[in-house]
Design a protein around this ligand. Structure first.
Ligand SMILES: C[S@@+](CC[C@H](N)C(=O)[O-])C[C@H]1O[C@@H](n2cnc3c(N)ncnc32)[C@H](O)[C@@H]1O
Length: 441
């Protein structure tokens, strides 16, 4: 049904005045129309519009006027929005967010970083320790994915809490792990209760730990404000293998199954007491793992998750197999992503050529920018399907590579510390990445 002119005039007036009535939300709405965040914002906005009491015709008009991506080349949508709100495109979208109260809960509870990729890029090029960004930028917020026994979390808090207390601001530290705290499986990866209590009782720390939490299923946590939509820093230490050691968009299910059988042994899902478990027959021994141990998600999923959630991404104690699989996604030349070829000591030199030789020659403690060796990938495909919709394309404007498990002044996880004693393992890697959304003009 067409919208009558009185309703339209009243709606315009209300939308315009909502901006000045809720100044904090108006300010926070800048972030909501950021190209990376816009697809999720758009979904919430459509939901809020449909659930509202405005006339049905107006609901339909507003819905069809919302661009799918930002920036948009759709002048008809922009024209329609101007007609409906009286405002130019970006202001109209922000005003609609304020009017329909989209973004209020998340922004109210956890502050979001507003620092630009350019500033973060300059920071990592001039600082040896990426975590020092916490004392230079706001908010001091960290998300630790696959946090294991929380030893990294405790080291980070111990190192940065005093400086942040001196600045009268908290360290927001959110950690999660897929391991169910009540499971008999997982051994040393469980967070010890004493450490959890110490972290929970630190005065300058906004600490949360979510166990039994898959990092790729965060929508509910975010909706309930238990997580922030975005952190200054997202980190992942010793990313799980085989979960991130193989890229499923490159390796077929059959190739993956064969490789897992060849390297790990036969496996099957069983019951272990009251819980489900994965039984793996490896070198004549029967080993038990959580049932999801062999879920292969691959580096693209991890990179996208980190890029969407953080202004700066740090992957520490990355073992060589996971690291090369990640690098094969970060490099522009698609020949480093061959179909159904497993990366190994035999195949790496030929696939990565000169880049392989240069990185292999990097000594422990050494560092380089990946872009000094080879051009970085210009755009990443989205592989995550979340309730908040498909995010906009992104890339990394900078990738710094450091070799080694431990670095002076940097917090480290218990797995990173264990690398020291593993003489047969090649030294792991530390990757620091600066994500940025890609503008579509
Ligand atoms: C090698 S351990 C590293 C633990 C810790 N970060 C460290 O460095 O000591 C990998 C961790 O990732 C967790 N993990 C694996 N898949 C996950 C997922 N999809 N979501 C959340 N955590 C996951 C595992 O339970 C395990 O604790």
């Amino acid at each position: 049904m067409p919208v009558d002119s009185d309703s339209l005039t009243a709606f315009r007036r209300q939308v315009t005045s909502a901006r000045s009535l809720d100044a904090p939300l108006w300010e926070a709405s800048r972030h909501l129309v950021d190209p990376t965040d816009w697809p999720a914002t758009r979904n919430s906005l459509v939901e809020a519009i449909l659930a509202s009491s405005i006339p049905d015709g107006l609901k339909q008009d507003l819905r069809s006027a919302l661009p799918v991506v930002l920036p948009t080349a759709d002048h008809t949508a922009a024209g329609l929005l101007k007609q409906l709100t009286g405002l130019p495109l970006t202001k109209a979208l922000r005003a609609l967010c304020v009017f329909f109260k989209v973004g209020r809960p998340a922004t109210a509870k956890w502050p979001l970083p507003t620092v630009t990729p350019d500033t973060i890029d300059r920071f990592i090029q001039t600082h040896h320790n990426p975590f020092d960004v916490l004392v230079e930028q706001v908010p001091a917020s960290v998300l630790d994915l696959g946090a294991g026994d929380l030893s990294f979390a405790e080291e980070l808090a111990t190192l940065y809490e005093p400086a942040l207390i001196a600045q009268h601001r908290p360290l927001v530290l959110h950690c999660l792990d897929r391991l169910d705290p009540s499971s008999q499986l997982g051994g040393p990866l469980h967070a010890p209760p004493l450490r959890l209590n110490r972290l929970r009782s630190k005065p300058g720390l906004e600490f949360r730990f979510y166990g039994d939490q898959d990092m790729f299923a965060l929508d509910a946590l975010e909706r309930d404000q238990r997580l922030a939509a975005r952190y200054l820093l997202v980190t992942c230490w010793a990313p799980a293998t085989p979960t991130f050691a193989y890229e499923p968009t490159r390796l077929s299910a059959r190739c993956l199954a064969e490789e897992l059988r060849r390297t790990k042994g036969d496996s099957r899902q069983i019951r272990h007491g009251k819980e489900a478990a994965l039984e793996v027959n490896h070198a004549g021994r029967s080993l038990l793992f959580p049932p999801w141990k062999f879920d292969i998600r691959g580096p693209l999923a991890l990179l996208e998750l980190m890029a969407r959630r953080g202004a700066l991404c740090v992957l520490g104690a990355v073992d060589s197999q996971v690291c090369w699989e990640i690098l094969s996604q970060l490099i522009d030349d698609s020949r480093v992503r061959p179909t159904d070829v497993v990366l190994s000591a035999q195949t790496l030199p030929e696939i990565f050529g000169e880049t392989y030789r240069q990185l292999s020659a990097l000594p422990v403690g050494g560092s380089c920018l990946l872009s000094d060796l080879t051009p970085l990938r210009k755009s990443f495909p989205s592989v995550l399907h979340t309730a908040s919709g498909q995010p906009a394309p992104y890339r990394f404007r900078q990738v710094k590579i450091q070799r080694g498990a431990l670095f002076e002044g940097l917090p480290a996880s218990s797995t990173a510390r264990r690398f020291q004693g593993m003489s047969e393992e090649t030294p792991p890697w530390l990757l620091t990445l600066v994500p940025e959304p890609i503008s579509i003009s």
